[in-house]
Design a protein around this ligand. Structure first.
Ligand code: ADP
Ligand code: MG
Length: 230
């Protein structure tokens, strides 16, 4: 009886995702179709821009969905968590600075390793940090912290942006749930899946108008001696 219930839930989740994908891709396709038709009689630069943006939108959706497929699964390796975070920070810092956002970083002073797929983890961190950046249209600071104990590794991304209303918190990570004009509503769902695939625990805390904190807790690799960074 229990097993049946779980199965039914899984199917409806897949169905929900399929319906979402069909809908989210048909919208830009309809727009492209319409504007291509208009181009025949009235070749305007503006139409080319719209078509180009709609194609990018489809591309974004496909790229994020591909992260969910088994195809894309690779071997887990021992990786240094803080090192990965530092790389992501370097990657996104110019983009943040352009929006008057400063990253404040506090890193754990040990090399702590977890078992993981570094590229996928990077993708997850990038998604969380992009959401943080997009939540701060007026600039400010985003805190990035890694903290380690003998057992766990905690990563925190804290922004001081628009926050999430309490009643909306449960919708974050639903496929295609977005409050942004150009959002895909897939980033959080994909990132949460990546964290779960690494046996990580994800906690999201938010206060409307104050900001949002995303915490990720990973179990560390046992038997690997701590190496102190000097
Ligand atoms: P997208 O960024 O394309 O909208 P996501 O799945 O990444 O899709 O996020 C879904 C929604 O969750 C966002 O549209 C936003 O409303 C909310 N959200 C996620 N992270 C944050 C954050 N740090 N601050 C405020 N809202 C957030
Ligand atoms: Mg996002």
């Amino acid at each position: 009886e229990q097993a049946k219930l779980v199965q039914a839930e899984k199917l409806s989740m897949a169905g929900q995702l399929a319906a979402g994908i069909a809908h989210e891709i048909r919208n830009p396709l309809t727009a492209i179709k319409g504007f291509v038709k208009m181009l025949r009689t009235n070749p305007k630069d503006e139409y080319f821009d719209i078509i180009s943006n709609e194609i990018i939108r489809i591309e974004d959706i496909i790229t994020e969905l591909l992260m969910l497929t088994k195809h894309n699964r690779t071997e887990f390796q021992e990786i240094d968590v803080t090192q990965t975070i530092k790389q992501v920070v370097t990657l996104l810092e110019p983009q943040a600075n352009l929006k008057n956002i400063v990253f404040e970083t506090v890193y754990c002073d040990k090399k702590t390793r977890i078992l993981g797929d570094e590229n996928k983890l990077k993708q997850a961190y990038i998604n969380f940090l992009k959401n943080a950046i997009e939540a701060m249209p007026n600039g400010g600071t985003i805190q990035i912290k890694t903290d380690c104990t003998e057992e766990n590794m905690e990563i925190e991304f804290m922004d001081h942006g628009i926050g999430i209303p309490a009643e909306k918190l449960k919708n974050i990570g639903d496929p295609f749930y977005t409050t942004k004009e150009n959002g895909t509503g897939l980033g959080f769902m994909v990132s949460r899946k990546i964290v779960e695939d690494h046996n990580g625990q994800l906690t999201i805390m938010s206060t409307e108008g104050k900001g949002t904190s995303i915490k990720i807790l990973f179990p560390i690799v046992k038997g690997v001696p701590y190496e102190y960074v000097v």
